[in-house]
Design a protein. Structure first.
Length: 324
């Protein structure tokens, strides 16, 4: 029988310590691997060891919508690295295990992805690109409608199909999974379980599509951002993502936002998340039109900074177009 701590806080503390140790070891291994490659290249007179193929971390398993977004951005030649959580994607990029990461930030139907936003305050990775992916959810099952007792999928997918599910399968239990691909994998193993997932996932896990396009909105897009260490040059059609901690005073948020208006800068997103540092304090995430290196943006950011305890540029990158 274990004689270790049984207090939940102590156990959570030990888990956090192990996570820190794993991250430190992963970083150390990555540094040693890069050093070895450089040493071998120098010994043979070759250039730096870089085959030009991106290693891309995404929310797995394979055939998730994040996997599809990675393929759209990087192509079939990319070295794809499925991860079991959004936090793990950030860790993989920060540690150098992956050169890039793809994470969802918002859906046109169901809103923002809180797990992603909660990682931005502490990450050292930059946002260096974005991907807009049209999302079609399909009902996958080895059984028919009459056989189904459970529908599983990622919370975002369940939310994007909520009205359809209430109308057609009100008797089914809804179960959240870590990704749509994981839902398809579960549906492959149980006739009474259906999954909301993509056709790619249906093919990957051998589960028939019994109903296509069950999303509530036909204009259903998910925006993903690309994490990395690069800082893209201005293209003339860019976005900049910011994290703000506003001063605790009356009118501080208004003053900060007014600086964008005064400098003619459009905001396309503003999202607040609890800071977890102090009760009822918040981070604000803002997307603006333009590149942080442009004069109008620099002027606005300087002025915004006078109203903030913290202002962090998460990255400037080319704006993605919604696919047809």
């Amino acid at each position: 029988m274990s004689t270790g701590p049984t207090n939940p806080d102590e156990l959570q503390g030990q888990i956090a310590q192990i996570d820190d140790q794993v991250l430190a070891l992963t970083r150390q291994r990555s540094e040693l691997t890069r050093a070895l490659a450089a040493t071998q290249a120098a010994a043979t007179g070759a250039g730096a060891a870089d085959d030009g193929v991106a290693s891309v971390a995404f929310l797995g398993p394979a055939a998730s919508f994040a996997h599809q977004a990675a393929l759209v951005r990087f192509g079939d030649a990319a070295d794809v690295l499925p991860q079991n959580s959004i936090a793990a994607i950030f860790t993989a990029v920060e540690a150098g295990v992956a050169s890039c990461g793809v994470v969802p930030v918002e859906n046109s139907t169901y809103g923002t992805v809180s797990d992603t936003f909660d990682m931005f305050y502490q990450t050292s990775a930059n946002i260096c690109g974005e991907i807009s992916l049209r999302i079609h959810h399909h009902l996958l099952s080895h059984g028919g409608f009459e056989d189904l007792e459970e529908i599983c999928s990622h919370p975002q997918a369940l939310g994007q199909c909520r009205r359809w599910l209430q109308r057609h399968l009100p008797h089914c239990q809804l179960t959240e999974t870590s990704s749509t691909a994981e839902a398809a994998r579960r549906a492959a193993e149980a006739k009474k379980t259906g999954a909301l997932a993509s056709k790619l996932a249906a093919d990957r896990y051998g589960v028939p599509v019994i109903q296509e396009n069950v999303e509530d909105s036909s204009d259903n897009f998910t925006r993903f951002v690309v994490l990395g260490r690069d800082i893209p040059e201005p293209t003339g059609d860019d976005k900049t993502s910011l994290l703000l901690v506003i001063e605790d005073r009356v009118g501080a948020l208004f003053d900060a936002l007014e600086a964008f208006k005064k400098n003619g800068i459009n905001l396309s997103l503003i999202e607040s998340r609890p800071s977890r540092l102090k009760s009822w304090t918040y981070y604000f995430f803002i997307d603006i039109a333009g590149h942080a290196s442009e004069a109008c943006c620099r002027k606005a950011l300087d002025e915004v900074g006078t109203h903030c305890e913290t202002i962090k540029c998460l990255g400037s990158y080319p704006r993605a177009q919604d696919p047809a």
